[in-house]
Ligand binder design. Sequence first.
Ligand code: NAD
Length: 499
Amino acid sequence: MTAGKGTSIKTVAIIGTGVIGAGWAARCLAWGLDVVASDPGKDAERKLRAAVANAWPALARLGLANGASMDRLRFVGSVAEAVRQADFVQESAPERIELKQKLHQEITRHAKPDALIASSSSGLLPTEIQDGTTNPGRILIGHPFNPVYLLPLVELVGGKQTAPETIERARAFYASIGMHPLHVRNEIEGYLSDRLQEAVWREILHLVNDGVATTRELDEAIAFGPGLRWAFWGTNLIFHLAGGDDGMRHMLHQFGPALKLPWTKLVAPELNDTLIDRMVEGTQEQAGNRTIKELERQRDDALIAVMQALKPFGIGAGRIAAEYETRMLGQRHAQRWTPGSKVPAPLELSSGYVKPDWIDYNGHMTEGAYVMAIGDASDALFRYIGIDEAYRAAGHAYYTVESHATYVKEVGAMEPLTYRTQILGFDDKRLHIHHAMHHGKTGELLFTVDQMLLHVDSKAAKAAPVLPGPKAALAAIWAAHRNLPAPHGVSRAIGVPAK
Ligand SMILES: NC(=O)c1ccc[n+]([C@@H]2O[C@H](COP(=O)([O-])OP(=O)(O)OC[C@H]3O[C@@H](n4cnc5c(N)ncnc54)[C@H](O)[C@@H]3O)[C@@H](O)[C@H]2O)c1
């Protein structure tokens, strides 16, 4: 990561260090820039440093630039001192036009003549902010989204006096700190993104005010549906797909009449030929040479990625995805050992198929995915012997301590898989198992792994004896498996014999 790449910006001044100013400071520091900040608020320096420290772990997960450090943040006592050395000034003071005007007059008096000056304003007109400033051609709006250190969007809006070069220099700078600069070509209040947010927000307020729905219901109406699609494509390209193979034109034809119905308090424009052509041409340009079918597959892949990403947090659609997976697993891993039941030798407890995202550039299942897939067989074995969520929640589990894998044959996407599992030995703490992955139709051997597992007390983080229930199941399996021939790959060693 190189901040300021293609730009000469090394030091950024942050004027106003509330929610947004602190977000800018964190982002700039993470990209390896020097930051000088000022804010007249009580306890402002402590609050700023605390906010940056709170954002830092998230930034570290995204990747910090060489030399990035929270120590490169300096807090000073005046606007003049903050902006004097800065190559870029980002003002994030309260959203009041008189305050912003006075502040920009002060900033422009003290800043270097070629320093760029951006305001984080959410909707004020830059022409009004430029009023009475020195050298106003370098002032623009750089409107970010909270949290500024994570969300890439920044809207660039020029005023009547903003030089075109200012927009281009700001665009290069923001791109260099990992942002997506979007030039709002017409100076309008609320710019683009806040207008869209505001339309939804006002409708929400109407619906709550009219007693139609609660805040929770309205959030669910977004988070489980349209919000997941907005995350990667916004609205228009998504609606292009709502029209089937004929895209946006069909969609407008189908839903156009609804514009006359009271579906929202926002008044719709007349859907005339010019507007239809603009919508159709715009979305066709976005689609490029991708067919509707290709777009549908991309949309589906992106939706799965978003929902999978939410799964570990159990948030929104991620909760549904997690519940679905648990249910599927319950269905697939339904076999349980009971005292006296006949134990198959070897066990066949699980089956599945090669998921499309397990495929590598050769068109075959990728190396790591074989191991992931075989995890399903381990899970099925655990359930068979009585190790389930309750057993694990009570602090008991098997941990894998050693594996030995052999890759026997390649396999392509969606091919069916079955797993055979054999116990090679066990005692109170150790369990030696062997899994073989076979092609579900041809029966061909694809992959084997033998693993040593250690039973642990996961709370104390040390080895501990397996509990009586699973132990009895293991003893019964061992009795059925002990005379099976040694399976493929066991005890092989790798190496090239020395000559
Ligand atoms: N909060 C958001 O989601 C959001 C998103 C995008 C843009 N914005 C815009 O960012 C700007 C700041 O908003 P915020 O949410 O960070 O507000 P905030 O109230 O959290 O922070 C404003 C800060 O400005 C300081 N301040 C007051 N007078 C000042 C002065 N004369 N000089 C310097 N600093 C001064 C305050 O002490 C405070 O720390 C506003 O223009 C707002 O519209 C906010």
